[in-house]
Design a protein around this ligand. Structure first.
Ligand SMILES: CC(C)(COP(=O)(O)OP(=O)(O)OC[C@H]1O[C@@H](n2cnc3c(N)ncnc32)[C@H](O)[C@@H]1OP(=O)(O)O)[C@@H](O)C(=O)NCCC(=O)NCCS
Length: 156
């Protein structure tokens, strides 16, 4: 990956706090057919092994978020989404790079994720970052029923 590490002007990435939950749920609900509820995000705040981050536009509020689980040397990117109007301009790549850096900093050596088999934008993003396919979970998703591609990024 050769993208610049510096974020665009006016954009920051920071830890998700209670005041961010509603905005995150709004993005989550638009992005996923079986979205996590506010209680789920709230219950994860401050929990060991969970990294919750938001991407914030200083003049526009929360525009994206990511959820990372870390257990010893393994990580799982559980969620990553951008507000629909902010997609397609490189911000998702910035957010993913941040999450990968956080994972590496926590000693993660294998970073896994699942993604809908039809989710081309996300799959292309992950492939660009060096993720590769390691398996398929048949009928993993509902609404609509669909396989998950399981992808892995080796950080060691
Ligand atoms: C996946 C997502 C986070 C990508 O964020 P984004 O800001 O739109 O992505 P970027 O603009 O940073 O694009 C980075 C790369 O992703 C890929 N990509 C992004 N949008 C794409 C599209 N519509 N079609 C194909 N590839 C795409 C490309 O490789 C792109 O690099 P390029 O611009 O040099 O071609 C965003 O589309 C999103 O929020 N989707 C809904 C939620 C979701 O599906 N999350 C993943 C769950 S596993």
């Amino acid at each position: 990956m050769t993208e610049p590490n510096s974020l665009p002007d006016g954009i920051e990435i920071r830890t998700l706090g209670p005041a961010d939950v509603d905005a995150v749920v709004e993005i989550e609900t638009e992005a996923f057919t079986t979205p996590w509820k506010a209680d789920t995000f709230s219950s994860l705040i401050g929990r060991d092994g969970v990294e919750l981050v938001v991407m914030v536009d200083r003049s526009d509020g929360v525009i994206g978020y990511a959820v990372l689980w870390c257990i010893l040397d393994q990580g799982e990117l559980a969620n990553l989404a951008l507000s629909p109007v902010r997609r397609g301009s490189g911000l998702g790549a910035h957010l993913l790079r941040h999450v990968v850096d956080v994972a590496r900093g926590r000693g993660v050596q294998k970073l896994f994720l699942e993604v809908r088999a039809s989710n081309t934008p996300a799959i292309e993003l992950y492939l660009r970052f060096g993720f590769s396919d390691v398996g398929t979970r048949r009928a993993y998703y509902d609404n609509p029923k669909e396989d998950a591609r399981v992808m892995l990024l080796e950080l060691a």
